[in-house]
Design a protein around this ligand. Structure first.
Ligand SMILES: [Zn+2]
Length: 261
């Protein structure tokens, strides 16, 4: 059995960043790297215990080089860096499942800790078929298009609610309850790491119940930007997108594999 563990940094325990800057530039980032590494190791321990033969950890926050690689369970492989052609580089139908760890709620979620959708400076919202979605659903739909289900999500309460709304069959681990963008009541890191191990064990036991998540096709994509200059720059960079009066680019895609954030 092969798995891919996608790791972002905002959703891990005791991470809230700080106002006025991104998590990557905040004083909380060093802890975020350490905790994302520990939570990843908790998931890896459970996956290998439950019979995984191969696990790829995809480090996907910011520049894609956040985890303390030398401290990761040495049985994993690591996908890192930026510039891949699509989300979930290397993922194909030979994988039994993907796990989303450290994920966060979509842009605009009032109590979502560090809520955003891909680049907070660029996107106000992303809609698929008229429905506002975040990274959890978008990434899940890329994996789903390849026939691979999301089996477990680790995020704050808002992120987990978003995941369960789209995929009620998955195992969710709530790391913290947000009271705003930069404040939360967090579980202790050791408690979260323990809960991740148990959730991953449950996810493997019920693997046959997990379903690949997809949006109905064709996909009506709408990207609303924060400013006109962001919108125009994106229009120049992307081909075939229509622009409209609400700082929005629109395009119909036939597959989530054509999606590039
Ligand atoms: Zn991130």
């Amino acid at each position: 059995m092969k798995f891919m563990l996608a790791v972002d940094c905002e959703g891990v325990a005791c991470v809230v960043g700080e106002p006025g800057t991104s998590l990557s530039h905040s004083a909380n980032m060093e802890f975020a790297r350490q905790e994302a590494t520990r939570e990843t190791n908790a998931a890896l321990r459970a996956l290998f215990e439950c019979g995984a033969q191969q696990v790829a950890v995809w480090d996907n926050h910011g520049d894609g080089a956040n985890l303390l690689f030398e401290q990761l369970d040495s049985r994993c492989e690591i996908v890192l860096g930026t510039g891949f052609a699509r989300r979930f580089p290397q993922l194909d139908a030979s994988y039994a499942g993907v796990l989303l760890l450290g994920y966060h709620a979509k842009a605009g979620s009032p109590c979502g800790v560090l809520a955003h959708t891909y680049c907070s400076a660029a996107y106000r919202s992303i809609r698929v078929n008229g429905l506002e979605v975040g990274e959890i659903a978008l990434d899940a739909a890329v994996a789903g298009e390849l026939g691979v289900p999301v089996i477990c999500v680790v995020s704050d309460q808002q992120g987990c609610a978003e995941a369960l709304h789209h995929m009620p069959w998955l195992e969710a681990v709530v790391t913290k309850e947000g009271f705003g963008r930069h404040c939360a009541l967090s579980k202790h890191p050791a408690v979260v790491e323990n809960e991740i191990e148990h959730a991953v064990q449950r996810a493997i036991r019920t693997l046959m119940e997990k379903k690949p998540f997809t949006f109905p096709t064709p996909l009506q994509m709408e990207l609303q930007f924060t400013t006109w200059s962001r919108c125009l720059k994106a229009k120049i960079r992307r081909s075939g997108w229509r622009i409209n009066s609400t700082k929005t680019l629109q395009k119909t895609l036939s597959s989530m594999l054509e999606w590039q954030c």
